[in-house]
Design a protein around this ligand. Structure first.
Ligand SMILES: [Zn+2]
Length: 109
């Protein structure tokens, strides 16, 4: 992922709407690219400050830490979704095998 691609996804990332197939390349890029991380931090701070002002909620005093937590959470969430996906696939394959064995037993008995 290049800088243009990463920066075009910053608003979606802040809203939690980056697609699964680009979330890891996006996070990896911003973690290794100072320019994009600066851009992400700036956008995140502005977005969250505006949101909190509109909601009249307490204003955070540490957006950068919140952003770091969000980056880590997104990686964990991605891993959980992938694990759930492969677990589902695994059980589907087991079911197909079990049905195949049952059909095989029925035919040969
Ligand atoms: Zn970059």
């Amino acid at each position: 992922m290049n800088c243009n691609e990463a920066q075009s996804r910053i608003p979606d990332f802040i809203l939690g709407k980056v697609e699964d197939d680009v979330i890891l390349p996006f996070i990896s890029h911003v973690n290794h690219c100072e320019i994009c991380m600066d851009e992400l931090e700036f956008n995140y701070c502005v977005t969250m400050a505006t949101k909190q002002l509109n909601e009249e909620a307490g204003i955070s005093d540490n957006y950068i830490q919140e952003l770091q937590n969000k980056l880590e959470e997104e990686v964990e969430n991605y891993k959980h979704r992938k694990f759930a996906f492969y677990r589902k696939r695994f059980f589907l394959i087991l079911e197909i095998l079990a049905i195949g064995i049952l059909i095989g037993l029925k035919i040969f008995n």
